[in-house]
Design a protein around this ligand. Structure first.
Ligand code: SAH
Length: 257
């Protein structure tokens, strides 16, 4: 007779940074985890965990060697097979450019019980922290979320050129010059508003408003850095909502609370 093994993996969305932007379900799972596998982005949960929890940081800094995805998958399966309750904590939502789907497949293929807990995605929450709604009545009725490291597809070009669509670019800082030059060459209007929101929901959040024509020079001039969300579309215009209230760089939650 084989032993009863309680091991399992929960892929947990940690939101854009502050611990209080996690869900209660995320918090509950973390509080009874045996192992927490965490990333660079997302909340720093370590101060809240008991010392006997095994914390494994597979964080990826740009330019540093990331832990390869198959090693992360193997780690999750290994710990669960040892009967551990494993929380795979991810920044934002696990299924928005988080490779969460691959981890689910790896666990399921190994016969490990696995579940997913949604998180507040930076694609919506980081623009929001700068007072930018990704949709807004009569301004933008659709949102296109894209990984900036990919080549511009026809769908992304159409979104960038459509005055009724907001394009949200994640992981776009390094690729910005290429993205902008490809977009301008393809005829996207140079005066499309652009906002870059760095370190959204953190005390040192910074928002830069510009246009497609000027964004590369401006980003270079002020030294834009990861992590940042780039928003293209009319919702990114300065002062679209409550101009005075939102003039500061402080996260909107901090202003209104
Ligand atoms: N799964 C995550 C996204 C992972 S991709 C989510 O749903 O949010 C990583 C990218 O997310 C970064 O390159 C950056 O574009 C964005 N990002 C995540 N947290 C951020 C933050 N606090 N401020 C600005 N950008 C952030």
């Amino acid at each position: 007779m084989s032993a009863v093994v309680a091991g399992r993996v929960d892929l947990v969305g940690g939101g854009p940074g502050p611990v209080d932007l996690m869900t209660l379900r995320a918090w509950r799972l973390l509080m009874r985890a045996d192992v927490v596998v965490m990333d660079r982005l997302g909340p720093d949960i370590r101060p809240h965990l008991s010392p006997d929890v095994e914390v494994i940081d597979v964080g990826k800094l740009p330019g540093h060697h990331p832990v390869p995805q198959d090693e992360i998958n193997a780690l999750l399966v290994d710990r669960a097979r040892r009967g551990k309750r494993v929380v795979r904590l991810k920044g934002g939502d696990p299924f928005v450019f988080g490779r969460g789907g691959e981890e689910v497949v790896a666990c399921a293929a190994a016969g490990i019980p696995v579940d997913v807990v949604p998180g507040v995605t930076s694609a919506v929450a980081v623009p929001e922290a700068a007072g930018i709604p990704v949709t807004h009545r009569r301004v933008a009725s659709a949102v296109h979320i894209v990984n900036g490291q990919s080549e511009l597809t026809a769908a992304t070009l159409a979104a960038l050129g459509d005055p009724d669509v907001t394009t949200v670019v994640l992981m776009g800082v390094g690729a910005l010059p290429r993205l902008v030059s490809d977009a301008l060459h393809a005829g996207v209007p140079a005066d499309r508003p652009v906002a870059i929101v760095e370190r959204g929901h953190h005390p040192d959040q910074r928002t830069t408003r510009t246009t497609l024509a000027a964004v590369v020079l401006e980003a270079g001039r002020i030294g834009v850095r990861n992590p940042a969300v780039i928003v293209v579309g009319d919702v990114a215009r300065a002062g679209m909502l409550l101009p005075d209230l939102l003039a500061s760089d402080a996260p909107i939650g901090g202003v209104l609370r």
